[in-house]
Design a protein around this ligand. Structure first.
Ligand SMILES: [Zn+2]
Length: 107
C-alpha cells in the first residue's frame, strides 16, 4: 500500500509528526470480493470539504496489487526460527522423559 502525504484535492502537504487534526485518509478497494486480491486506491485530504469535492470526480484507476514474495533472508530466518522452536520442544521432551525415568528408579 502506498501512502500519499498530501491533500489529493488541493495539494497541501502533511509533514510527518504534524498534528493530523482535520486530515482524512481513505482507502477504497475494488476487486473480486477477496481482500487479498483487491486493488486499492488511497487518498488523503486536509479537510472533509476537500474529500467530498474529490468524491464528486471519477475515481482514479487503482494501483494493481502486487503479490508479496518472501526474500531469501526471510526464508532463512523462518527456517532458523522453526529449527530453534523444534530444538526447544525436543529438549523439553527429553528433559521430561529423563525426570520421569529418574523418579521411576528412585521412588
Ligand atoms: Zn485540501
Amino acid at each position: 500500500m502506498q501512502v500519499h502525504n498530501w491533500c489529493h484535492q488541493c495539494g497541501k502537504v502533511w509533514w510527518e509528526g504534524q498534528p493530523g487534526d482535520g486530515w482524512l485518509f481513505i482507502e477504497i478497494s475494488r476487486g473480486p470480493g477477496d481482500w487479498e486480491d483487491a486493488d486499492y486506491v488511497d487518498a488523503m485530504f486536509c479537510s472533509q470539504e476537500h474529500a467530498s469535492e474529490w468524491f464528486l470526480l471519477p475515481l482514479p484507476e487503482p494501483e494493481p496489487s502486487v503479490p508479496y514474495r518472501l526474500t531469501w533472508l526471510e526464508r532463512l530466518t523462518g527456517l532458523a526460527f522453526a529449527s530453534a522452536v523444534g530444538s526447544v520442544v525436543a529438549l523439553a521432551c527429553l528433559g521430561l522423559l529423563t525426570a520421569v525415568r529418574f523418579l521411576a528408579q528412585h521412588p
